[in-house]
Design a protein around this ligand. Structure first.
Ligand SMILES: [Zn+2]
Ligand SMILES: [Zn+2]
Length: 289
């Protein structure tokens, strides 16, 4: 609140109120504000909020643990964050994904015996939802193009009848990270519901008001897509570490340098920590709008 001229009646007042949405227009009170709204609504844009600084880690990765710090605009959708993660970690965007806000107080899932698992999977293959244990997540934000993905069936394990689902292109980062109902949530991005590459998303702060994604820091070469979960990735790293690689190891290295969806012709030797922030940032600028 400040003193000045009301933008509608043009009278000088000791106290003015700002439009709660854009924060730009100043009024002497509710009467003038209401009078202004039918025209002001066309130019009234929500006030921009500072970016979110996210430290994203693949917690199962070791030596090195792979992580990136990404500055994410407050108004970005979760679909845009998905693209940013794909670029920053060097993924090939060939599999499905979801984001979940994990409830840290959720009861653990029971150990499921093979018969129960098979029954549940069969029911799910018929399109029926069978909950796997108690609810784990406050919300699940899903790939809007899931139907194109071969691995989308496996994502049923992450569905729950008491966990609402929303499409990633319709949900905004700022709105979700500010939700009072799940302030305690631990955010997770899961890529590839077959190999289950889990990424922990830790909110480490707020930056400036900015419309662009930026990767400010990171370590660890991106994982080869379809490497065969974490053990497969470890096997590949071991192949590059071997003084005398076996034929099987040579084959793996050849696959990684030529055939993987996110192949790297330079291989991994001495490059396990490799991250090129300049390349990542130029891809973020040219690919996310
Ligand atoms: Zn007025
Ligand atoms: Zn306004």
């Amino acid at each position: 609140m400040s003193a000045g001229k009301c933008e509608v009646c043009l009278e000088e007042k000791p106290k003015l109120v700002n439009c709660g949405r854009c924060g730009d227009r100043k009024y002497c009170g509710a009467v003038c504000q209401r009078k202004d709204w039918p025209t002001h609504k066309y130019s009234c844009q929500p006030k921009k909020q500072p970016s979110w600084i996210l430290k994203i880690t693949i917690p199962d990765s070791r030596e090195p643990q792979i992580h990136r710090t990404i500055v994410c605009p407050d108004g970005a959708t979760f679909e845009q964050l998905h693209y940013a993660i794909q670029i920053a970690f060097g993924w090939a965007n060939k599999h499905s994904y979801d984001f979940v806000a994990r409830d840290p107080t959720a009861e653990e899932r029971p150990v499921e015996d093979i018969m129960a698992l098979m029954k549940r999977r069969a029911a799910q293959d018929n399109g029926e939802q069978r909950d796997f244990g108690p609810r784990q997540n406050f919300i699940r934000i899903v790939n809007p193009n899931d139907h194109k993905m071969a691995d989308s069936l496996h994502s049923y394990d992450r569905r729950h009848s008491q966990t609402p689902e929303k499409k990633a292109d319709k949900v905004y980062i700022g709105e979700q990270f500010n939700k009072k109902e799940w302030k305690s949530a631990e955010w997770e991005y899961m890529y590839d519901h077959g190999d289950n590459w889990g990424h922990e998303i830790e909110i480490i702060g707020r930056g400036k008001i900015d419309d662009a994604f930026k990767c400010t820091e990171g370590n660890g070469h991106g994982i080869a897509e379809d490497a065969g979960s974490m053990p497969g990735w470890e096997d590949l790293k071991n192949a590059y570490r071997a003084a005398k690689p076996t034929d099987e190891q040579k084959e793996k290295m050849h696959w990684f340098e030529n055939m993987a969806s996110n192949f790297d012709p330079e291989g991994l030797k001495g490059r396990e920590n490799f991250v090129d922030l300049d390349v990542i940032n130029s891809l973020l600028t040219s690919n996310i709008e």
